[in-house]
Design a binder for this molecule. Sequence first.
Ligand code: FES
Ligand SMILES: [Fe+2]
Length: 407
Amino acid sequence: MKTSSARKLKQVSLADIPRVGPGTPAGEWLRKYWFVVSAAEELYDIPKAVKVLGEELVLFRDLNGRLGLVGLHCPHRGTSLEYGDIEDRGIRCPYHGWLFDVSGQCLEQPAEPKDSIFCQKVKHLSYPVQELGGLIFAYLGPQPAPPLPRYSCLVDRGGMRQIEPVRTNDYNWFNFFENSADPCHICILHRHTGYGEQAWGDQFFSYTDMPDFQFVETDYGMKGVMTKPGPTPGTEFVDTMSLALPSIIQVGDTEFVHAKVDAVKLMTEGSQCEHVLFLTPNDDEHFTIYTVNYYTGSDPQFFEKLKAMRAAEVPKQEVKAYDSRKYMPFKGNVRQEDIMSQSTQGLLGEREERLATSDKGVIMFRRIVREAIAAAQKGERPKGVVPQEKASEVVYFDSFTGVRKAR
Ligand code: FES
Ligand SMILES: [Fe+2]
């Protein structure tokens, strides 16, 4: 007999997952969540064109400080509002001067007769926008909008926050996301990155002696827990990574692999940096990564050290004079290694695959995502959408990394 979960899943195929446009199964599911549309620091006093879930939009802050996200093309005759003028009450199209407030309401049409009330009838596409912890989020779905989750890395809790430079990649967002459910690639693809020079060493992510990988479904999505026997009997080394719906990855081992900090302290106290990647699918072929580090440890130089280590991680691969392969060189830089692997995969559901035992995290995660899409289709609350009664609660993801009592 089929379980109700299996019945629900029949309506959602793997090929549905990577497509984000309006009206698609995943596109409708994703429109239940808030997405980052800009780092606050990268929104200046000019309009900013952004593409989110396949929709072309323009983000701005009016001179009264209100954030607006409206359709890119003016509803009059289509000129791009990216070139508009920002005013006290909103954004003005440069072509014929129609003025729109942050709700999309047209307020002025200078070329219309003085007694015209036509502008009252023009309501441009607009979406709600909110700022939290240095990131600007937007909600593109049906009203009422759920609460913007109070993600722990964006809430001030006595630590230090750093927002890294924003990155955009030109392949499908889900290849990046589900890569975090595939930790064995760390021991293989990333073995060139010189983890041995850092606190975790290459002993944990060893090519010849890989850690044990377990995957646990959580209320926010899934976590991958990697373990090895610890330094003393009854202890274990643990490295945890969380995948939170709709598109957030929290990594715990950043200090262990990218920062030269006190190794003994790291082992005894565990990770104190939440390294969080918020992915925003721009369309089916592009996504943007907003990266936040929230550090609660005692090293005031932590972000500087992290930056210096990242800068030192340059590809160390020889490129022959006749080698014109697009992603060369990639070996020696984690991010380049990931980009090469993920961007050459093709779209999930279209590519041929032969999944193996070591793909159990990927298999589990795809099931969780398909269930979330099915829940959205049925009008239920998918994982990761915060219910109204929990609006004020801080949302934590598990990424414990360090040594603990063996379980
Ligand atoms: S096209 Fe924008 S006001 Fe005419
Ligand atoms: Fe990777």
